[in-house]
Design a protein around this ligand. Structure first.
Ligand code: IMP
Length: 442
């Protein structure tokens, strides 16, 4: 005890990495429970920029255990590169452990992802093309290859063969791709296995022991609630379950191990890829917020779609995840936007209004948002460290969010640096005092 889940409350890219980084100072263990290198987060530490796709951000603290749970799909090349990148910068990675049961993204998964999107043409999902969907599909079809398989050449070769055979037809256009040669692939992945062997572990057991010892464990989600394959805007979703409940499955703990669930939401909304987005802005206002918030994908560099804060979607996220606290990030990016809009309900076909997120995709696709306007502010927020330091309009904005959603706002982000954050008091038992960042272990 305690276990805290950090989950994206929107369509991903909410700034979960920064929140985990902040919490990781007090936590003993950080474990990622789903997704793969479709995620990406940037941590700014003492002016140094770190970009991660797989490794939990706690790795910058000496002695933290940073785990990649069984629910994550791991591209062995990507994780090997991330480890090497940290070593080059003198950072110790001995705290990193990868579940032996985590599934591997193979070269054919990347090719299938690519081919699938091409086939869909205009209807494409807009995936990150990292092979995530095909990898989870193989996992469900029991054709997946797991971290532990890297350690046994015979098993690895057999499993690659079994996984490749049923795909031959679809992969025919890539038949000459050297990456698909069974022998070469086995060799390459065996070599990666040698390099990754010290990191392969029984991560669930590490989490059980840590919880038993009373340590703080953070379960770090990737993507966001509305990209959840069961509860999101299907089929424009990712292929895993980012919602908090999946932390149990993807890390290997029971529901009673989760004490708190913090949802991270931007002060506005963004989405990458296709799919419905009722509060979307397509005006010059969207460009201004995109620029102010640096809204370009960490993984693909794509410009993110921008919209007003969507309280209908957030209420849905609160129920689905059982949120106990809300973290509002990037409030500073709204400086100078006056008036501000907040989506309070959806209007569906025939002007039917929806207070709750509609379950039917045709309604969500056609829904527009009813917007309430609030006065904006023009002052820079980056020096604010308490609610009192904020201009009254920014306080009113936060108050409206807290009041309408009924979940306390625990933290507010006012800039990219780890100290550029306001602690509201509601999450003080878990948020450390903002102290100078520890120097990464060299
Ligand atoms: P996939 O996860 O690569 O299969 O992509 C499926 C959908 O999820 C696409 O719309 C992606 O843009 C979106 N997506 C995947 N990962 C992220 C993320 O980390 N942030 C935001 N969107 C994401």
């Amino acid at each position: 005890m305690p276990g805290l889940v950090v989950v994206g409350a929107q369509w991903g890219d909410e700034g979960k990495g920064k929140v985990t980084d902040l919490l990781a100072e007090r936590a003993d263990v950080v474990i990622r429970y789903q997704g793969g290198n479709n995620a990406g987060h940037t941590i700014v530490r003492d002016g140094e920029v770190f970009k991660f796709h797989l490794i939990p951000s706690g790795i910058l603290y000496p002695g933290k255990l940073c785990l990649i749970g069984n629910g994550v799909v791991v591209d062995p090349k990507v994780i090997t590169d991330e480890i090497a990148g940290l070593h080059t910068r003198g950072i110790d990675t001995s705290g990193l452990k990868i579940s032996a049961n985590a599934h591997l993204i193979m070269p054919y998964h990347r090719l299938l992802d690519h081919a699938g999107e091409l086939r869909l043409g205009e209807q494409q999902i807009g995936t990150t093309r990292r092979g995530i969907g095909p990898c989870y599909a193989d996992k469900a079809a029991r054709l997946g290859i797991r971290m532990q398989d890297l350690l046994d050449e015979k098993i690895l070769k057999q499993k690659i063969y079994a996984a490749l055979e049923p795909k031959r037809l679809v992969l025919r256009p890539y038949a000459k791709d050297p990456e698909l040669d069974l022998h070469a692939m086995t060799e390459e992945y065996r070599t990666l296995g040698h390099r990754l062997e010290p990191y392969i572990a029984d991560t669930a057991r590490i989490v059980w022991d840590s919880l038993d010892a009373g340590r703080l464990v953070i379960f770090e989600g990737a993507q966001g609630t509305l990209l959840d394959i069961d509860h999101g805007t299907y089929p424009f979703v990712t292929s895993s379950n980012p919602v908090a409940g999946a932390a149990c499955v993807g890390a290997g703990v029971g529901p009673r191990s989760i004490d708190e669930v913090w949802g991270v939401a931007k002060a506005y909304t963004t989405r990458v890829g296709s799919g419905p987005f009722p509060s979307e802005l397509e005006s010059e206002l969207a460009d201004r917020i995109r620029e102010a918030g640096g809204e370009f994908g960490t993984t693909t560099g794509r410009p993110r779609r921008i919209g007003w804060l969507d309280l209908v979607a957030l209420r849905y996220a609160i129920r689905l995840n059982g949120l106990t606290g809300l973290v509002i990030t990037k409030l500073d990016a709204l400086t100078g936007i006056d008036p501000l809009g907040v989506a309070v309900r959806y209007l569906g076909p025939d002007q039917v209004s929806f207070d709750d997120f509609p379950y039917h995709q045709s309604i969500v696709h056609k829904a527009t948002a009813e917007i309430v306007e609030l006065p904006g502010w023009h002052e820079s927020l980056s020096d604010a460290r308490s609610l009192e330091d904020l201009p009254p309009q920014a306080r009113d904005y936060l108050e409206l969010i807290g009041d309408r959603l009924g979940v306390p706002v625990v933290l507010v982000g006012v800039g990219p640096g780890r100290d550029e954050v306001i602690r509201t008091g509601a999450g003080d038992h878990l948020v450390p005092e903002v102290a100078p960042a520890p120097v990464p272990q060299r």
